[in-house]
Write a protein that binds this ligand. Structure first.
Ligand code: SF4
Length: 99
């Protein structure tokens, strides 16, 4: 799959960013137990220092991200979470009689 974020900053080839990511590794299909198994990320020379001994994954942190982010199958998106939060706030306001 081609990169989905276009001009996302970070490493040149794969756009790996290590902080302030809007999307997060821990919500990505390629993330498993602190590791990324996406082949482009694994092959990226700039990520070599993160390569695991298995040669098939790199170490990442939950709040990192890259151009190859793919939402977890069946996972919630940030938009979903935002919608749930706004709906909950609205319900609280209605029950408190503030509207
Ligand atoms: S967001 Fe990118 S670096 Fe993070 S797990 Fe997914 S493919 Fe790997």
């Amino acid at each position: 799959m081609p990169p989905i974020l276009g001009t996302w900053p970070g490493t040149k080839e794969t756009g790996l960013v290590t902080d302030n990511a809007v999307r997060r590794c821990d919500n990505c299909d390629f993330y498993k137990l602190g590791n990324c198994y996406e082949k482009h990320l694994v092959a990226d020379p700039e990520n070599k220092k993160l390569l695991n001994d298995d040669g098939k994954s790199i170490r990442v942190k939950p709040n990192w991200c890259s151009n190859f982010f793919e939402i977890k199958s069946g996972g919630l998106t940030w938009d979903d979470l935002s919608f749930i939060q706004r709906s909950w706030q609205r319900l609280v306001e209605v029950f408190r009689g503030s509207v």
